[in-house]
Design a protein around this ligand. Structure first.
Ligand SMILES: NC(=O)c1ccc[n+]([C@@H]2O[C@H](COP(=O)([O-])OP(=O)(O)OC[C@H]3O[C@@H](n4cnc5c(N)ncnc54)[C@H](O)[C@@H]3O)[C@@H](O)[C@H]2O)c1
Length: 311
């Protein structure tokens, strides 16, 4: 498996992290980005991440910057696109990739929410094209959603799934290409209600987050929502839904409350005020806590898999 050539197009936040996962697993990775600074610095960024994790930084040397797209993907077995979130850009790029990459290469987009079918619409070899939705930071968050379009050959999707397992990720197969795939649909269903609770004056923003973090958020790493439904019983789940669902926000489209905050200059941490007020120290401290938490969970999983003889 380690003799695969992986190509990553776009060396930003996600691209360098995806490259890191594959070099850590022993693969050679070629990286292209038209932005000179992004291309020049991605290896250092991988080294910094590894060093921050207390790990050997030498795998970063298996990632090579390439200044030309065609050269980057010429010998690829798998291409991950992690460029700007723009439909027209991605459509054009995949038309180039299908001509430039070898015919056997799997071509994957890391779009956050754009339907993969729309990105791959004009390709003639759409059978080898699919979505791989990584989560930030790619080297610490286990999940990668593998999204099939109606054209995707299920065997190519399975190959991608197996490759992701082999490099230590937790892939999830998304059988139907729906906007937001699985993770972002679930996440934003929760955010919609969170915004509505504040907009409707039920509680303030900090209280919403306290309720999530101090209750079901505690259980989520070990108890998914449908495991939870089975645990409490489908009959109780039905009874709860009969009472609560008619009252839960189901407005299509974003809440007007968000537009109101934006009009007031409340854009979040970047303006010091969003749902809550933030000093730059508080914002940095939260970012650090998130990273430390993800690192601790990842270290715990590594220890667990070594103890189980899988590491
Ligand atoms: N940031 C996240 O949390 C996250 C999570 C999942 C998916 N995504 C998606 O991943 C993709 C990349 O996001 P990001 O956060 O890494 O963005 P980013 O802005 O950090 O990186 C994008 C990179 O693409 C490069 N680029 C610009 N034009 C290009 C071109 N013509 N060819 C190749 N590269 C080009 C830019 O120079 C930049 O380095 C987007 O589609 C985004 O929606 C992001």
């Amino acid at each position: 498996m380690s003799d695969l050539q992986i190509s990553v197009v776009g060396a930003g936040l996600m691209g360098h992290g995806i490259a890191q996962v594959f070099v850590q697993a022993g693969h050679l990775v070629r990286v292209y980005d038209p932005n000179y600074t992004a291309l020049e610095t991605f290896r250092e960024r991988i080294e910094r991440n590894l060093s921050d994790l207390g790990q050997d930084t030498s795998p970063a040397q298996r990632a090579y910057p390439v200044e030309n797209l065609a050269e980057c993907v010429a010998g690829a077995d798998v291409v991950f696109e992690a460029g700007p979130e723009d439909l027209a850009f991605k459509q054009k790029l995949f038309l180039q990739l299908e001509l430039m990459a070898p015919p056997h290469a799997i071509l994957a987009s890391n779009t956050s929410v754009i339907p993969i079918t729309a990105i791959m619409r004009d390709m003639t070899t759409g059978n080898r094209a699919l979505g791989t939705h990584w989560w930030n930071p790619p080297y610490l968050v286990p999940l990668v959603e593998v999204i099939k379009t109606p054209q995707t050959d299920p065997r190519r999707a399975q190959e991608m799934f197996d490759l992701l397992v082999a490099v230590g990720k937790t892939p999830a197969m998304v059988e139907k290409d729906v906007p937001g795939f699985i993770g972002n649909r679930l996440q934003h269903a929760l955010w919609r209600e969170a915004v509505a609770l504040v907009a409707d004056g039920v509680c303030d923003a900090r209280t919403v987050d306290t309720v999530v973090k101090a209750s079901f958020g505690r259980r989520l790493p070990v108890l998914g929502p449908l495991e939870n439904a089975d645990l409490v019983g489908i009959d109780l789940t039905l009874a709860i839904h009969q009472t609560v669902l008619p009252d839960i926000n189901s407005t299509p489209g974003p809440s007007p409350y968000l537009a109101q905050l934006i009009a007031e200059g409340r854009l979040g941490m970047k303006t010091g005020h969003g749902f809550m007020r933030w000093t730059s120290e508080e914002a940095s401290s939260l970012r650090r806590r998130v990273l430390d938490h993800l690192k601790a969970m990842s270290a715990e999983e590594d220890t667990g898999s070594r103890a189980a003889g899988r590491g």
